[in-house]
Design a protein around this ligand. Sequence first.
Ligand code: AMP
Length: 191
Amino acid sequence: MINLVIFGPLGSGKGTQSQKIKEKYDFIHFSTGDLLRDEIKKQTPLGKNIEMVVNSGALVSDELIEEIVKEFIKNNKNAKGIIFDGFPRTVHQAEMLDKELANNNLKIDLVIKLDIPETTINNRLKYRAQKEKRADDNDEAINNRLQYYYQHTLPIIDYYKRTNKNIVDIYGDRDLNEVFNDICQQIDRLL
Ligand code: AMP
């Protein structure tokens, strides 16, 4: 079983590339953002609880994410592979993921870090705002999400370097198929 973390700021193409990886390799795409949006859409008790936080661009609590992730790993131990998208978001979550995988004799096999300039992030998100109408794709929430990324999420890379993860930097401001080819090369090495 292969565990991939797809890492990068909002608008770097994590969701799009995850979808392509899922189709080609038959891996499971685990997006905490999609999962939370779904809860909000269905207006479940959890969804109602987190709606304001998610729409403001802030992060939901590590405790809540931890519960969701534990359950997910428990239910997907026999997958061919898992793509973790939008998770981990904090060093605490990254530590928790390592622990939880280790408890199941698993580990992170590859961290794909998508790099893109901030101007591209803004352009892409403006386009997505029109297309998908995500409640957190407005200027204020985008700004918040970027701040959270730099403050809480990017430090995960230092943690991953310290713990000797296999990190691959891929330039994401290119044709999506070119980006995907580079990702496939890395995955194929693991198979
Ligand atoms: P995303 O679709 O990954 O951009 O996530 C959308 C929003 O969902 C984020 O801005 C957060 O409010 C929330 N979210 C998603 N994943 C996480 C996570 N791992 N930890 C905390 N909040 C998250």
